[in-house]
Design a protein around this ligand. Structure first.
Ligand SMILES: O=P(O)(O)OC[C@@H](O)[C@@H](O)c1c[nH]c2ccccc12
Length: 271
């Protein structure tokens, strides 16, 4: 079983528990009262910037540094290079929840991306109900018809979608009018690099930076996002080919704290 198979199986279980706790009718009621959406593409457009992530842990490296996670939202709000905030809502593998996203929404002014393994329409509506401005749609999880259908639904609800790909075949599955397209350098299809919830690793064995070379093949007109494995040291190498970098681990595990690390990213991007 690959990394992704295991996560998807667990995520499907998580989803069915959620749906029995909070039926779709309740979600529709919440949407009627939801505050307006803040557009993520417009927020990213001006110059190379970061979508900075919040998660408690990840299956590829284990726990993040607790203090960094606690300070993340405020630090991201303050930093001029952060123009969007990605919040993992998967619980078992990343320690997140949709309620946590809603609590961020209460203070955050920057657009929020719901990062999860979206498999059903329910999760698209749920994202809007709890205050997400955009959702992640993964081309290695959904077929072309569902990628397009979930995109339509997201836009009907006022949200945007970041489409995630790893290969040229996945790029071919994307709707023609995508606004946000990301290449994930993390190899979800491998069975290596999975540390599970049990421990931490110093090295992330699941990365393949070669995937970033596909940037040139992404749909014209989309803002391009480089995802995973970025640090202040290597971010300079993607800024020419991408509009934004999606960064979590290097910020959330920096032993000096999250603000010094963000400062390093700022220096790297202004250099
Ligand atoms: O923590 P990193 O290596 O900086 O990566 C962030 C982000 O790209 C990664 O969390 C991610 C990208 N796509 C995903 C899909 C599901 C879960 C997580 C992800």
């Amino acid at each position: 079983m690959t990394f992704l198979d295991q996560i998807l199986k667990d995520a499907a279980d998580e989803l069915s528990a959620t749906k029995s706790r909070r039926p779709a009718t309740e979600i529709r009621g919440m949407i009627a009262d939801a505050p307006p959406v803040r557009p993520l593409p417009e927020s990213l457009e001006a110059s190379f910037c970061l979508i900075a992530e919040i998660k408690q842990r990840s299956p590829s490296v284990g726990p993040m540094r607790e203090q960094n996670v606690a300070e993340a939202l405020d630090a991201y709000e303050e930093s001029p290079i952060v123009r969007g905030i990605s919040i993992l809502t998967n619980n078992l593998h990343f320690g997140g929840s949709i309620e946590y996203l809603a609590s961020c929404r209460a203070t955050a002014t920057k657009p929020l991306l719901r990062k999860d393994f979206i498999m059903e329409e329910y999760q698209v509506r749920e994202a809007r109900a709890f205050g997400a401005d955009a959702i992640l749609l993964m081309a290695n999880v959904l077929d072309a018809a569902r990628l397009a259908g979930f995109y339509d639904l997201a836009r009907e609800l006022g949200m945007q979608a970041l489409f995630e790909v790893h290969t040229e075949e996945e790029i071919a599955m994307l709707p023609a009018d995508v606004r946000l397209a990301g290449i994930n350098s993390r190899k979800f299809k491998s069975d290596s690099g999975f540390v599970g919830a049990k421990g931490a690793s110093d090295k992330d064995f699941s990365l393949d930076y070669g995937a970033f070379e596909l940037a040139a093949k992404l749909p014209a007109g989309a803002l391009k996002v480089a995802e995973s494995g970025l640090s202040a040291t290597n971010v300079g190498s993607v800024r020419g080919k991408f509009h934004a970098g999606l960064v979590g681990t290097s910020l959330l595990r920096d032993p000096r704290g999250i603000r010094p690390c963000l400062g390093e990213f700022e220096d790297a991007l202004h250099a």
